[in-house]
Write a protein that binds this ligand. Structure first.
Ligand code: NAP
Length: 679
C-alpha cells in the first residue's frame, strides 16, 4: 500500500485500495488509497509549518537545498530506474523522466544562486519617479505568498512532473502538496520517501497525497496555487471548482496539446533537414511510447513531399522494436496501462474518420520478451489525413500515434498549425531564414515554444519534445494557458508582484537596496577601506572635482586609438547635431571617474567585475569639470567564499550638477580585512 506523507508523518489507508498494475506484465506493483487521510490537516500543516520554514530561508539557502537534494537523488537513481521500468519506460524514457527531473533541480539550484538575490524578496524593474522632487517613488517587488502549492500531475512523468513544479515552488517560498496520478504513483512515492528521509527540506515543505484528491481544493483559498498537468477534461472540472471560481485560488493548467512539426517548403529529400524531420517525428512517436504532452501529433508537410515523407517514416517505424522496456534491444515499451491503450485505440478509431492508417495495426503488435496482451503494448501508428480532415486537429491520441497532413502554402501551414487551438510546442524544419521568420511569427501566438531546426542546430538540438528548465513550458488555448519553468520566470510566476510607493529612504529600508535620493552616509573613512562586514548600504564618497582638458581628450584618443571625429576633429564635431564641438569620450569620463573615486592602496576591495546600466547622459565638453558620487547600493555576501559582491551607484556630474554618466559599479569585496581576520 502506497503511503501519503501528511502533516509530518507517513499515513497508510486502512482499506485494500486499488491495485496499480505493472505496465509490462499486468502484475500488481502496489495498491493505492488515501481513505481516512485528513486533507485539511495537510493544508494547515503546509500553511503553518512548511510555509514559514521555507520563507525564513533566503533564495540562496533554498537553492542550496535543491542542489543537495539533486545530488543525493542522482546518486541513487538506479533504484528509481528499476521502478520506472514497471511504468513501461525504457532506459531512454526513464532518463527523460528521472535524469530530466534531477537536472531540473540542478538547473533551479544554479538559477536561484545566480539570478535571485540572497534575500527573501525580489525587485522587479527599476525605481519609478512619481513626483518632480524625487521624494515620492515607486518600486515593484515580488514577495512569497503565505499559501500552499498543490501540484496535481499526469501519469507520464512521475518524477520530472513532480520536480519541475516543486523546484520553482520551493524557490518561491511555497510549500508543496504533491498529488501524483494513480497509475505511476509508486515511482513518485519512492522519490518523495527519499527526499523526506534525507531531511534536506524543512518539515512541511513537501507533502505527498497518494490517492484521491477529492475535497482537497475545498480547503484552498486566495493565497494558494494549484498547478495541474493532465487532460483537458479534468482541467475543466478544476476550472469550475468554487475555490477557483469564487475563492481566488490560482490555477495553472498544462493540458493536452496537438503539437505539430512543419517541414519547410525549401527542403528536398536530399537535404539533411529531411532526415531531421523524419527522425524528429519517429522519436516523438516512440519516446515514452508517445505518452508525452509535447509529442508530435501532426506532421505537416508540403503536398509534393507527402509521399516521400510517408515512405521515410514508414521505413523508420518498421525498425522500431516494441517489447519489455528492461530488454536492451527494445526501443519502445508499453503504454502506462491497459486503460490507456483502450483510450488510444478509441482515439485512432476517431482519427480514421478522415485519415488512413499507413503504418501499424492498433489491434496487433509483435513484442519482444513480453506478452502483448497482458502488457499495454501498442504498435506505433502513422496515419495520413485527407485534405481538410477535422479529427487530427481535435483528437489527442496519447500514445505512439502521429498523422501526416499536407499544406499548399506557408499561410496554409500556419493555418493548419493554428487549428490545434493552442499547443505546447511547434517545430519547423527548414534551412531558409525567410521561411523561419514567416512561420515562427505565424506559430508563436499559438505556441509556448517553437523549435526551428536545421543542419546547424541539429548536433546540439535538444529536440522537439524536451521541455527545458530554462525555457518556458506551457501553451495557450487548448494547451491550458499555463506557464511553467522558464528559469526564474517560473519562480516569480508563483510570487505576488506588488507596486510599493514611498519616499527614497522608505524604499531603501524595505528593499535593502539603496534607492537614489535616499540618505547617503559620508564618513571620514573611504568605503573602499571597509570590509564587507563593515560596509553598509548607503555608505558613500564624493570625489574632488577634475577638469577635462583638450589635452586629456587628445591623449585618450591617441592612446586608445579611438580617434572618432567628435573627439579629434573640431570642425566635424561642430557640425554634429548632438555635440556642437569636441567632446570627451564616454569611456574617458568613466575612466576618469574611476581615478576620482578609487582609494588605491591594497584593501578589502579585491576586483571590479563590471558595470551595469551605463548611460552617458550629457556630453562632457572641453574644460568641463566632473566629479563622481559613489554609494553602496547592494551588498551580497557569497556563501562558501571569503568575499561578496558590492554594487555601487555611480553618478558622474558636471560643474552645473547635471549627471553626465550614471551606472552601477560591480566589485568583489573581502568579508574581512586583513583577509581572514575576525571571520
Ligand atoms: P487526467 O486524467 O486529467 O489526470 C491528471 C491528474 O489529475 C491525475 O493526478 C488525476 O488523479 C488528477 N485528477 C483527476 N480527476 C481529478 C479531480 N476531479 N480533481 C483533482 N484531480 C484530479 O490526465 P491523465 O490521463 O493522467 O494524463 C494524460 C493527459 O495529460 C494527456 O491529455 C496529456 O496531454 C496531458 N499532459 C499534459 C502535460 C503538459 O505539460 N501540458 C504533460 C503530461 C500530460 P488520478 O490519477 O488519481 O485520477
Amino acid at each position: 500500500m502506497l503511503e501519503s506523507y501528511a502533516a509530518g508523518r507517513w499515513f497508510r489507508a486502512d482499506d485494500d485500495g486499488e491495485p496499480l498494475p505493472d505496465a509490462v506484465t499486468g502484475a500488481e506493483v502496489a495498491r493505492l488509497s488515501s481513505r481516512g487521510l485528513d486533507l485539511r490537516a495537510m493544508v494547515d500543516h503546509a500553511r503553518t509549518v512548511g510555509g514559514p520554514a521555507v520563507r525564513d530561508l533566503t533564495f540562496h539557502q533554498r537553492a542550496a537545498m535543491l542542489k543537495e537534494l539533486a545530488k543525493l537523488l542522482m546518486a541513487e537513481k538506479e533504484g528509481f530506474y528499476a521502478l520506472s521500468a514497471r511504468t513501461g519506460a525504457t532506459r531512454r524514457d526513464s532518463g527523460v523522466d528521472i535524469d530530466g527531473g534531477f537536472g531540473t533541480l540542478f538547473s533551479y539550484a544554479g538559477k536561484g544562486v545566480r539570478e535571485l538575490p540572497d534575500d527573501t524578496i525580489v525587485l522587479d524593474g527599476g525605481v519609478e519617479r512619481l513626483g518632480r522632487g524625487g521624494t515620492f517613488l515607486g518600486q515593484h517587488l515580488h514577495t512569497s505568498r503565505p499559501g500552499v502549492a498543490v501540484q496535481i500531475n499526469a501519469f507520464n512523468f512521475p518524477v520530472w512532473g513532480m520536480l519541475e513544479k516543486l523546484a520553482p515552488a520551493f524557490l518561491a517560498g511555497l510549500p508543496s502538496i504533491v498529488k501524483p496520478a494513480a497509475q505511476t504513483a509508486y515511482l513518485t512515492e519512492a522519490v518523495v520517501r527519499r527526499v523526506i528521509e534525507s531531511g534536506v527540506l524543512p518539515e512541511g515543505a513537501l507533502q505527498l497525497l497518494s490517492g484521491s484528491p477529492r475535497g482537497l481544493l475545498d480547503e484552498l483559498g486566495e493565497q494558494d496555487f494549484v498547478g495541474f498537468t493532465g487532460s483537458a477534461h479534468t482541467a475543466g472540472v478544476l476550472r469550475a471548482h468554487p475555490s477557483v471560481v469564487r475563492g481566488g485560488t490560482r490555477l495553472g493548467v498544462e493540458a493536452d496539446s496537438l503539437n505539430c512539426s512543419i517541414l519547410g517548403p525549401d527542403v528536398t529529400p536530399d537535404d539533411p533537414e529531411f532526415d531531421l524531420f523524419v527522425t524528429g517525428v519517429v522519436t516523438e512517436m516512440t519516446v515514452k511510447a508517445g505518452q508525452k504532452c509535447t509529442a508530435i501529433r501532426r506532421a505537416i508537410v508540403p503536398e509534393a513531399l507527402s509521399g516521400a515523407v510517408v515512405d521515410a517514416l514508414t521505413a523508420r517505424l518498421a525498425e522500431v522494436t516494441v517489447g519489455d522496456p528492461a530488454v536492451e534491444d527494445v526501443d519502445m515499451g508499453p503504454l502506462a496501462s491497459l486503460d490507456q491503450r483502450r483510450e488510444v485505440r478509441e482515439a485512432v478509431a476517431a482519427l480514421r474518420g478522415s485519415a488512413e492508417v499507413v503504418f501499424g495495426d492498433p489491434e496487433r503488435v509483435t513484442v519482444l520478451d513480453a506478452d502483448a496482451e497482458r502488457g499495454a503494448f501498442l504498435s506505433p501508428i502513422l496515419l495520413e489525413a485527407a485534405a481538410g480532415a477535422p479529427e487530427p486537429h481535435d483528437v489527442e491520441p496519447f500514445g505512439p500515434v502521429s498523422t501526416v497532413l499536407t499544406y499548399s502554402s506557408l499561410d496554409d501551414a500556419i493555418a493548419l498549425a493554428a487549428r490545434g487551438r493552442g499547443s505546447l510546442v511547434g517545430s519547423l524544419v527548414t534551412h531558409d531564414p525567410q521561411v523561419a521568420r514567416a512561420v515562427t511569427i505565424g506559430l508563436a501566438p499559438w505556441h509556448g515554444r517553437v523549435l526551428v531546426l536545421d543542419r546547424t542546430a541539429a548536433a546540439e538540438s535538444t529536440g522537439h519534445g524536451s521541455p527545458l528548465p530554462v525555457l518556458v513550458h506551457g501553451g495557450p488555448g487548448r494547451a491550458g494557458g499555463g506557464e511553467e519553468l522558464g528559469g526564474v520566470r517560473g519562480v516569480l510566476h508563483l510570487m505576488q508582484r506588488t507596486a510599493v510607493q514611498g519616499s527614497p529612504d522608505m524604499l531603501t529600508a524595505i528593499t535593502g537596496r539603496w534607492t537614489p535620493g535616499s540618505h547617503r552616509r559620508v564618513e571620514d573613512t573611504h568605503p573602499f577601506r571597509k570590509s564587507l562586514t563593515d560596509l553598509r548600504v548607503g555608505d558613500s564618497t564624493t570625489s574632488a572635482p577634475r577638469r577635462v582638458t583638450r589635452a586629456d581628450i587628445a591623449h585618450f584618443a591617441d592612446f586608445t586609438g579611438d580617434t572618432f571625429y567628435a573627439h579629434t576633429d573640431p570642425r566635424a564635431a561642430a557640425e554634429n547635431p548632438l555635440f556642437g564641438g569636441i567632446v570627451a569620450h564616454g569611456y574617458l569620463v568613466v575612466s576618469l571617474a574611476a581615478g576620482l573615486f578609487v582609494d588605491p592602496a591594497p584593501g578589502p576591495v579585491l576586483a571590479n567585475f563590471g558595470v551595469d546600466d551605463l548611460r552617458f547622459r550629457t556630453p562632457v565638453k572641453v574644460d568641463d569639470t566632473i566629479a563622481v558620487a559613489l554609494t553602496v547600493k547592494q551588498i551580497t555576501p557569497r556563501a562558501n567564499a571569503d568575499h561578496g559582491e558590492v554594487r555601487w551607484d555611480a553618478v558622474v556630474t558636471n560643474q552645473a550638477g547635471e549627471p553626465v554618466a550614471t551606472y552601477d559599479v560591480l566589485t568583489l569585496v573581502a568579508k574581512s580585512w586583513p583577509r581572514g581576520a575576525g571571520v
